[in-house]
Design a protein around this ligand. Structure first.
Ligand SMILES: C[S@@+](CC[C@H](N)C(=O)[O-])C[C@H]1O[C@@H](n2cnc3c(N)ncnc32)[C@H](O)[C@@H]1O
Length: 411
């Protein structure tokens, strides 16, 4: 992801779609993109709090037939964003104009804005967790009360939102030139909170803080890094009890419990794809610059080996269910039972969404459409729980329903 080239932005006012990535809820057009040259010529920089600071670089990966134009990445800061916490974007003028539609706090639905886990809520002080020093893991988030499955633990918003490739395509000097105002223009409290965050890579302080703490989020299919300070004290767990989701329209990040969490228990989510074995996790986390000290990785060799065997078996069952031609209904049922037990032993319930679809398709292959329908239904319900009803993966389930309908017609 870090090596992805900059995007061709074309000439439209709303860069990403006629609606813009933060589709306007009240108005249908974005403000005109502005950069440092236009401001110098007298253009207003509203709705931003400061005139943009820009750096220019040669675009790679331009579509055939297009010249290798210079592209600008600029810093756009809004100080009043989300109750005065502030946000700095590092992006193109075109994308900033689209994103500006979501600056107003009123775009955040009341259910999220006024949730007690949101700092925008008047009840915000009653945090569900406290930040504490933990053995070998620095600071971490520990539940202050019992948290129920599907409870929202935290709602946060980015303080910095930057195109994922900016550290690759800009020179070291240019990186410094955009990071200094991106941090410096934020409200003091926010700035201090960012500067207190963990570091792990060495080198430039702000770059280190970003690399240690960012969330990778997608906005209209483009990867961005989001620094969300209030979510940055949550450590990685190989058997996590929480997950997070990001809404590109409201820029809200929600952290949600996917099982009951006891008082005093550490809250963790996975920094790696779920279900990897010890070596796989070690490689990914090595790139993050640390060795995992979660309860699973620090348990006995025997327990780690058993866990790896279960995870390998989950992987194998997936392969059989997804690929075996003419599989029998009985075999699907046996494998599905085994899979459910293994996922439970490994606390990998969030993967149910994936496996329910695989099982539904295996039952289609076995021509048991009743069971296939049951699993397709469970798959859809699970996606709604994890991603929310508006999530693209819920749309993805439609293909499964269409395939089931075709299978029914073919009977
Ligand atoms: C986003 S921060 C998490 C909060 C951090 N522990 C702190 O003190 O602010 C990521 C850093 O936390 C530490 N960390 C997170 N999960 C860990 C784990 N499972 N084992 C060891 N260290 C971990 C690593 O140093 C990592 O670079």
């Amino acid at each position: 992801q870090l090596s992805a080239g900059p995007l061709d932005l074309g000439t439209e006012v709303c860069a990403w779609s006629s609606r813009g990535p933060l589709f306007p809820l009240h108005n249908s057009s974005c403000p005109l993109p502005i950069d440092d040259d236009e401001v110098e010529d007298g253009a207003s920089w509203a709705p931003w709090s400061y005139p943009p600071t820009c750096v220019e670089f040669q675009a790679r990966n331009r579509p055939a037939g297009r010249s290798n134009d210079a592209v600008k990445y600029c810093v756009f800061t809004s100080v009043p964003f989300r109750g005065g916490h502030g946000i700095s974007l590092i992006t193109t003028p075109e994308l900033a104009s689209s994103l500006s539609v979501g600056l107003d706090d009123s775009v955040v639905p009341p259910a999220i804005r006024d949730h007690p886990a949101s700092y925008l809520s008047p009840l915000a002080d009653e945090a569900l967790f406290e930040v504490k020093e933990l053995p070998n893991r620095g600071l971490g988030s520990v539940a202050k009360h019992r948290i129920r499955q599907w409870d929202t633990i935290l709602v946060g918003f980015p303080a910095i939102l930057a195109q994922m490739d900016f550290m690759d395509v800009l020179s070291p000097e240019q990186i410094r030139d955009v990071l200094a105002p991106a941090i410096g223009q934020l409200p003091e409290e926010q700035r201090e909170e960012i500067l207190s965050l963990a570091r792990s890579t060495g080198g430039g302080i702000i770059q280190d803080i970003l690399q240690t703490n960012i969330f990778g989020v997608e906005i209209e299919g483009v990867m961005h890094m989001a620094l969300i300070p209030e979510a940055s004290r949550t450590n990685h767990g190989c058997r996590p009890n929480a997950f997070w989701r990001f809404n590109e329209h409201t820029l809200a990040m929600e952290m949600i419990a996917f099982r009951d969490i006891n008082r005093g228990e550490e809250i963790t989510f996975s920094y790696t794809p779920l279900g990897l074995t010890y070596e796989g996790r070690k490689n990914v986390l090595g790139d993050w610059g640390f060795e995992c000290k979660c309860p699973l990785c620090t348990s006995s060799r025997k327990e780690v080996k058993l866990s790896d065997e279960r995870r390998d078996r989950i992987h194998d069952i997936h392969g059989i269910l997804a690929q075996e031609e003419g599989i029998s209904g009985k075999k699907v049922a046996n494998l599905a039972d085994e899979l459910m037990k293994l996922l439970d032993q490994e606390s990998l319930w969030p993967q149910l969404v994936v496996y329910y679809e695989v099982i539904a398709r295996a039952y289609m292959e076995a021509r048991d459409l009743e069971k296939a329908t049951k699993y397709a239904d469970m798959c859809e319900k699970e996606w709604i729980k994890y991603g929310g009803r508006e999530h693209e993966n819920v749309d993805g389930v439609q293909q499964l329903w269409r395939d089931l309908e075709m299978a029914r017609l073919a009977e």
